[in-house]
Ligand binder design. Sequence first.
Ligand code: ZN
Length: 229
Amino acid sequence: VDIARLLKSFSHILRLLENVDYVRSFVRYNNKRRSGPPRGVRAATRCVIARDAGRTRADAAGIQQFCVYFAQGCCTAGPHCQYLHRAPTEQDTVTLARDHSRDCFGRDRARHDKDDRKGVGSALRDCRTLFVHYGGAGGLSASEVQQLATENFGEWGRIRKVYVVPAKTLVFVQYEARCSAEFAKEAMQAQGLTGSGAGEVLEIKWANDDPNPGVVRQVKRRRKCLCEP
Ligand SMILES: [Zn+2]
């Protein structure tokens, strides 16, 4: 038996395996038909930043893309993941704001929102507000929902404002940074509000406009800036 040849083919196999790993993660991130749980069913996993966050290969390689599976609490790659396993920080906000064509997970943004406002979000509209339907928890008072939403959504980034519309079981959550809103949208989709005790399943979309008049003016100003070349 030629040992040198055996070793060579062994290292060749190792390299092939590495490629398989890369191809698999590439396919995962480009699979547009990825479907979540059916409507009205809670997601099977949830991210807990304090428990799950940690360094990955992306930190060493200086990659500025967050792991969407980490946000959903279901990444199995752990420290070997090619994407970041943490929530966006103030520093990331500055870096990510330079590129309007992709979201914080590296997914292409469309020029305009999809009709159902569920997708990645628009490249032209700097939306930081989430439209959250909390149907099952309609028995809670507005101040209870305000409190729970602030606690639950505060895990993913700094919140500017929480605005509850109890008559429609809606809550609008506005973040300081767009990447925090993007991360929270993935992290809280089909989750419940921890501490509510009701069986609500959150349904999250991009807010059309925040009903608060001050925010409407802000959004208009920002849109104008983004649309001007
Ligand atoms: Zn990951």
